[in-house]
Design a protein. Sequence first.
Length: 157
Amino acid sequence: MSTLVVIAYNELHKAEELRVELQRIQSKYLLDLAEVVGAVIDEQGKIKLHHAGDLTNRSAVYGGCGSTLTNLILMNAAAGSTTGALANLGIDDHFMKQLTATLVPSSSALFVLTRSPSPDKDQMLEEVKGQGGKIIMTSLSAEDHARLEAALNAAKP
């Protein structure tokens, strides 16, 4: 089952830092990432996307799906509404309003699409500890959402 998580930051560089960290975590086989896209909103309000590239050789088509999903989400956020395709994925107008309010100049967001649950969630959460950010959308269970949020906002040892 795929999971979509969107994490927002008040700083330009923070989403990129987490994107790099998630790729490092994937190299330890703690995550099965389909797509990781960082969105940076510069001082003029222009959105620039930073893709992680090919995260695996398993399926180039699947990787492209995530990029398209991120682009579709951002286009709908700019328009201020949700299309039927996004609503079918559980992405509603409330999320679009929250995303639009979050994506202000000099901020960033990270869109993470996983292929399957991590094999060792506890170790993965330990790896992202202290990365910060605000989870603005997730398809995780309420319990896993709370655990991820706690790890992101915990003090680094």
